[in-house]
Design a protein around this ligand. Structure first.
Ligand code: HEC
Length: 132
């Protein structure tokens, strides 16, 4: 009976762990994390509920300031404190649509799937400087 764990096996395990680690890396706002349709829905909501106080340039520096943070932080701020006159007035889905629009305003690329707030998805999504 062989009791020695072979070196190739250890190496393979090491690779697997490294790979799993890489796979667990959060996606970033550069990965096409919302759809154009969603941003359109968000634009209508934004125009109705946010534009009064935040012009379309407002969020660019906000996103820059929060680079490296999960986007859930921004989602939490807006969904619990905005609109200032009526915090928490919109549904989570509506806030996330607005967030998609805010990303499109900063010229992040849209992709094939909608920005999603379920299952902590926003915790796994990092705000990253836009890649040009
Ligand atoms: C009645 C005015 C008003 C409305 C409407 C409003 N906000 Fe705000 N918002 C403010 C004020 C005032 C602040 C805090 C001061 C600042 O940073 O400009 C703020 C701050 C924020 C911040 C924090 C930005 C940061 O610096 O971190 C976010 C995010 C935000 N608002 C999102 C929204 C969204 C999304 C909507 C629409 C659903 C909205 N706001 C509607 C007045 C408003």
């Amino acid at each position: 009976m062989k009791k020695v764990i072979s070196t190739p096996l250890v190496t393979a395990l090491g690779c697997l762990i490294a790979w799993a680690g890489a796979a667990a890396d959060p996606r970033t706002t550069n990965d096409g994390v919302f759809t154009e349709d969603q941003a359109d829905v968000g634009e209508a909501l934004y125009t109705e509920h946010c534009l009064l106080c935040h012009d379309k340039k407002y969020f660019r520096p906000v996103l820059q300031r929060w680079e490296g943070q999960p986007i859930s932080v921004l989602f939490t701020v807006m969904s619990t404190s905005m609109p200032e006159s009526n915090p928490g007035f919109l549904t989570e889905k509506e806030y996330v649509d607005i967030l998609a629009y805010i990303l499109s305003l900063s010229r992040y690329d849209a992709g094939d799937s909608e920005l999603d707030f379920n299952d902590g998805a926003l915790n796994e999504l990092k705000i990253e400087a836009r890649k040009k």
